[in-house]
Ligand binder design. Structure first.
Ligand code: GLU
Length: 410
């Protein structure tokens, strides 16, 4: 199954235990708008290449479309649609006033110079500006897109439209109108969700953690868990990982990767493939890279007590069933990694009101929100006797239905 089929399968399974009206059910099978554009890029050597870019606006039932932009060689309209679908549910399960969208470009940014990445980012905005805007669609970073890229995009949008509110892109650097706390928000949010559910998931006070992925999300999650006294058993990037039974120092691992370009040769740790890393014994396994990492092929070999999904769509539905039978709880992406979009929404709100909130205020608000919604999801899972993914979908469906009901004549 491709990513969008997986996403629809998750929806089907949730609807089976939490039925909603036909109108909502039917609407949720399709994106409201899918845009594919060609982005011509003048390369540094003077030649021209054309890249394919996307923006999928899945649902604005609850507010403007919201979601990141991914630069990746495997990004395509199907993947972006699945990601936009998940954003719809993520924003609903956290009860923020946003709908679901996602964007992307099929590109390996590592093969481009910095200037080429900037021109490509600006090209994406030129091609898609007519469908964006603070009340319409508010993009943000995702895989391989950074605060710096958001600055270029926000600048391009402002030049094109004259809109100086700076509320069309979130995840900007603080000096460019970004929010305190946005950089760490996804990793921090994952940690808050873990803390909210630790007791009901019967996890010990200090846990051993295995993290796949060292981008913004995996890197920050490693540091945050470590700072709170937990043991980071293993970390990895796209090329492979390292494992140390005594625990890793995430700061040192990140520094080594920066200096050497990979984790290869990291002293005092054992090398391990990304496949083997997922199968390590630990309390909390954190997939923080791409989709479809835990599948029916390896689910049986997973030895974690809990899977905390900081990536989007890392676990297939078939794997969900296998993990459930093994007694492994999966804290679903739409809850576990929602910290990013929640703080993005705080950023949008600050931009629109011309305010700047302190880091303490932002993170306190985030913790309170995630604590509340994590408990809501848990309680619903008990009430419906179901897993956390179905329960999170059910909570989102209830809120989506409320919004739809308010909008249609009866
Ligand atoms: N790309 C992130 C996600 O998948 C953040 C989206 C946002 O901040 O709008 O949730």
């Amino acid at each position: 199954m491709n990513a969008f089929e997986e996403a629809q399968e998750q929806l089907k399974r949730s609807l089976a235990i939490f039925p909603v009206g036909n109108q909502l059910r039917t609407r949720l099978t399709r994106a409201e708008r899918e845009v594919t554009v060609s982005i011509p890029l003048t390369m540094d050597n003077g030649s021209t290449k054309v890249f394919e870019g996307y923006r999928v606006q899945y649902s604005n039932l609850r507010g403007p479309y919201k979601g990141g932009i991914r630069f990746h060689p495997d990004a395509d309209i199907n993947e972006v649609t699945a990601l936009a679908f998940w954003m719809t549910f993520k924003c609903a399960v956290t009860n923020i006033p946003m709908g679901g969208g996602k964007g992307g470009i099929t590109v390996n940014p590592r093969e481009l110079s910095k200037g080429e990445v900037e021109r490509l980012s600006r090209g994406w905005v030129r091609a898609l500006a007519p469908v964006l805007g603070p009340e319409r669609d508010v993009p943000a970073p995702d895989v391989n897109t950074t605060p710096e890229i958001m600055t270029w995009m926000a600048d391009e949008y402002q030049k094109l439209t004259g809109d100086t509110r700076n509320a069309t892109f979130t995840g900007k650097p603080i000096a460019q109108g970004g929010s305190e706390g946005r950089g760490v928000a996804t990793g921090m949010g994952g940690f808050y969700v873990f803390e909210a559910l630790r007791d009901v998931l019967k996890l010990p006070k200090t846990v051993s953690v295995v993290i796949q992925g060292m981008g913004n999300v995996g890197g920050n999650a490693a540091k945050i868990f470590h700072e709170h006294g937990h043991t980071i058993l293993a970390m990895s990037d796209s090329k492979g990982g390292i494992y140390s039974a005594g625990g890793l120092e995430p700061e040192a691992v990140e520094k080594y990767k920066k200096e050497n370009g990979s984790l290869e040769g990291f002293p005092g740790a054992e090398h391990i493939s990304n496949e083997k890393l997922l199968e390590l014994s630990c309390d909390v396994l954190v997939p923080a890279a791409l989709e479809n990492q835990i599948t029916q092929k390896n689910a049986q070999s997973i030895k974690a007590k809990v899977v905390l999904e900081l990536a989007n769509g890392p676990t297939s539905t078939k794997a969900d069933d296998i993990l459930f039978r093994k007694g492994i709880a999966v804290v679903p992406d739409i809850l576990a990694n929602a910290g990013g979009v929640v703080v993005s929404t705080y950023e949008w709100e600050q931009n629109l009101k011309n305010e700047h909130w302190s880091e303490k205020d932002v993170l306190n608000k985030l913790r309170e929100l995630l604590n509340r919604e994590s408990k809501n999801v848990w309680e619903l899972s008990v009430k419906l006797s179901t897993d956390l993914r179905r329960a999170a979908f059910a909570l989102a469906l209830e809120r989506l239905e409320e919004s739809l009901d308010a909008k249609i004549a009866k």
